[in-house]
Design a protein around this ligand. Structure first.
Ligand code: CA
Length: 241
């Protein structure tokens, strides 16, 4: 299927009379930064210390959730108890310290070109992350200059991904409607969040999750890698107009 057909099918399914991309909403971990292996390791080290049962794939599956939601999952599974706010603060601070002690995270190859293609097309670019990891959020202005003045992070939402709230908030910030936005996501829960918000959602497989998991989560369009997405982006944006 070519882009025009994919776009037309999406428009009809959603009942939008037209699409007019004015804002690109970007996930951060695993999309803008190749940070997911670091996160999985940081969570695993915290779990070993705390005695939570876990394996690295758990954290790729849970990717996109807030730290609080992930800690709730670990507490319920290993201890059969809900996480209190104090538990969340305690365990998340250990996980964050582990993350900070690791070597610096690399930019996701191809991601700067995807962001630039959106800027060149005259779109606003907005960060939408479940992360409360200030160390990476602070790097954004250096790594993606001028791109992410608008940000939705874990602190701004009551219900994180896969709920639509993060993307609804981002559209409110950018002053756009669902038919005026696109989402770029690498994880199934993030894709579900974008789709639930009614947005044209591009899934990019950048880690151990297969591209098919993104299609199953409802992605409008799926790429096997970020460089493949970067190569396609200018043409895709021309078709969207
Ligand atoms: Ca992600």
């Amino acid at each position: 299927m070519n882009y025009t057909e994919i776009i037309e099918r999406f428009r009809q399914q959603r009942g939008y009379s037209r699409l007019e991309p004015r804002a690109a909403l970007f996930d951060m971990d695993g999309t803008l930064y190749d940070s997911m292996p670091h996160h999985a390791r940081a969570w695993m080290e915290m779990c070993r210390e705390a005695g939570f049962e876990a394996e690295p794939m758990d954290f790729f599956m849970a990717e996109g959730r807030t730290g609080a939601d992930t800690i709730e999952m670990l507490m319920m599974r290993s201890r059969g108890q809900h996480a209190t706010p104090a538990d969340v603060e305690h365990f998340y601070s250990i996980k964050s310290a582990n993350f900070r002690s690791m070597p610096p995270v690399e930019l996701m190859p191809g991601a700067p070109a995807v962001v630039q293609a959106c800027i060149d097309a005259g779109m606003a670019t907005v960060l939408v992350t479940g992360s409360g990891q200030t160390s990476l959020i602070e790097r954004l202005s250096r790594d993606y200059p001028g791109a992410f003045g608008l940000k939705v992070s874990a602190r701004e939402v009551a219900h994180g991904k896969p709920a639509p709230e993060p993307y609804l908030k981002a559209m409110e910030m950018a002053g756009v409607e669902p038919w005026q936005a696109i989402v770029v996501e690498n994880a199934p829960l993030g894709v579900r969040s974008g789709v639930a918000a009614g947005i044209f959602t591009i899934g990019v497989a950048t880690g151990p999750m297969p591209a098919s998991a993104l299609a199953e989560a409802g992605a409008t369009l799926v790429f096997d890698s970020m460089p493949a997405c970067a190569q396609a982006m200018p043409q895709l944006l021309r078709c969207l107009k």
